[in-house]
Every structure is written in structure tokens, then in C-alpha cells.
Design a protein around this ligand. Structure first.
Ligand SMILES: [Zn+2]
Length: 267
């Protein structure tokens, strides 16, 4: 949010009066599920990022508590030398790219960038997108193909199997536990999903229970018949080809805990 604000206004200064709602909403939408209120979720990074030396507050307050933030006006800002460094051309985009690459899959990163006022096309311009920094885990280049083949080139949720010529189109290899958050490139951590269901799975609108039934989030809503078809997936079992590795339960549980939004539909 701070790099986005710097790009938008030329300053990363963020009053608590704005952070408490906007940052709270961003954390609720893109962060792991939490029982904290939105204001409390916003208060954690707003006060705590000071310990990393990258964030300053206009007056001293205790860590993590909302009350002192409400007591009088207060604003946060990136540390001055960091803000100067980021103000050089291209640096905000570079920082934003590294942040989203470290935390989100490719299906989600553009949504996060748009939500904080950055343009994904600019952030990922230049070809460096998603290249792992030195020393980071390398992705397996053969994993996506192995996953598509293991699932017989069909979406594990809806059975979509479109091809153009001899190659699948609109079909992707989806990690259950996100790669950049420790998910391995193994056959038991992936499914073939059509582009729509991949996106909905990574945003937590769709999930899996531990009996491999598809879950639709109660937070997901749709107005048209086309979008309402997503509800029809609820409770449907995954249908792998005989012999296909199903996602391992610890990965399924991770997705349920960290990605799935709210509670599943009740019927
Ligand atoms: Zn599908």
C-alpha cells in the first residue's frame, strides 16, 4: 500500500484515519483469514513495521493497539532514505514486484497491485517478472506439464478440456499450497484447473474439503446465470483420472486455512 501511495501522490504518508479502513479492507481481502477486526488487523502493520526500520510514525504509540491510534491524529510514512530510494524511476515498480512475487501467486498478484493503485503491466514490464531472486527456490519447468497430463488435460473442478490444435487452451497447473509460500512442485500439490477456476481457487472463492469435495465460499456472489454456475460446483467430488495423485491433505488444509474466504455455503 505504501509504494502505491508513493506512486499516486509523491509521498507515502498515510494517516491512521485512512489506514484503518483501507488497509483493513486490503488485509481482509488478500491476507490470511483472521478473527481480528479490520481496524485491529490494520493496527498491527501500522505500528509494527517500525521494528523493521522501514516505517515511521508521527508520534510514539505502543505496538499493536488501536486505542492510542484513535486518541489523536497520527500518520505513518516510509523511512526517509527508503522513500528517496523508491522515488528514483522504476524503483517503486521493482519493489512492488518483489513484494507481490514473494507473497502471492501469479493469479492474485495483479489484483493486489490494482487494489493499491499500481498498474500490473508497468510492474511486470521488462521481463523480470516472477524471476526468483538469487538463492530463492527455483520452480520446476516440467511441473505444469506433468500436472496437466496427470489430470488428463481437464479441469479438476468442471472437466473443461478445451484445446487449440494439439495444445490445451485456458487450462493451467494450479498449486494447492502456493509455491512462494513453501508449496512444492510435486504431483500431490497441484491440479489442472481452467483459467476461471484457477483464479477463483487462488482468490479463495473455491476450496476443497479433506474428502476432496469442492467448496464454494459464502462470500462469493454472482448475479448472472453464467456466474451462478459456480454454485453448482459446491459439494461436487474431484474426479481425477485413475492413478492420479490427489492433493496431499496438509496442502489442502493449508489452502483452507490461508486462502479460502469465510465459510463455505451451507448446502
Ligand atoms: Zn473449470
Amino acid at each position: 500500500m505504501a509504494p502505491g501511495r508513493l506512486a499516486e501522490t509523491g509521498s507515502s504518508e498515510l494517516p491512521w484515519s485512512e489506514a484503518e479502513s483501507r488497509l483493513g479492507d486490503l488485509i481482509a481481502e488478500f491476507g490470511p483469514s483472521s478473527k481480528s477486526s479490520r481496524r485491529q488487523s490494520a493496527a498491527y502493520p501500522f505500528t509494527h513495521l517500525r521494528t523493521d526500520g522501514i516505517w515511521t510514525l508521527s508520534r510514539d504509540v505502543p505496538m499493536d493497539t488501536v486505542g492510542p491510534l484513535d486518541a489523536a491524529p497520527i500518520s505513518g510514512r516510509l523511512e526517509a532514505s527508503l522513500e528517496r530510494a523508491l522515488s528514483r524511476p522504476g524503483q517503486i515498480e521493482e519493489a512492488a514486484r518483489q513484494l507481490v512475487d514473494a507473497q502471492f501467486p501469479r493469479t492474485v498478484a495483479p489484483d493486489v497491485l490494482i487494489a493499491v493503485g499500481l498498474d500490473p503491466d508497468q510492474v511486470f514490464a521488462g521481463g523480470a517478472s516472477f524471476a526468483p531472486p538469487e538463492g530463492k527456490r527455483q520452480r520446476s519447468s516440467s511441473w505444469p506439464r506433468a500436472i496437466l497430463e496427470a489430470w488428463d488435460r481437464q479441469c479438476a473442478f468442471c472437466g473443461y478440456d478445451g484445446q487449440l490444435g494439439s495444445s490445451s487452451v485456458g487450462l493451467e497447473a494450479a498449486h494447492v499450497r502456493w509455491f512462494n509460500l513453501g508449496g512444492p512442485d510435486e504431483l500431490d500439490n497441484g491440479m489442472a484447473l481452467c483459467s476461471l477456476h484457477h483464479k477463483l481457487f487462488d482468490r479463495g472463492a473455491l476450496g476443497l474439503d479433506e474428502e476432496y469435495r469442492i467448496l464454494v465460499s459464502g462470500v462469493f456472489s454472482a448475479r448472472t446465470e453464467a456466474a451462478k454456475r459456480v454454485y453448482d460446483l459446491h459439494g461436487r467430488p474431484l474426479k481425477p483420472r485413475r492413478g492420479t495423485d490427489l492433493p496431499a491433505i496438509p496442502h489442502v488444509a493449508w489452502h483452507g486455512r490461508e486462502v479460502f474466504r469465510g465459510q463455505p455455503l451451507s448446502v
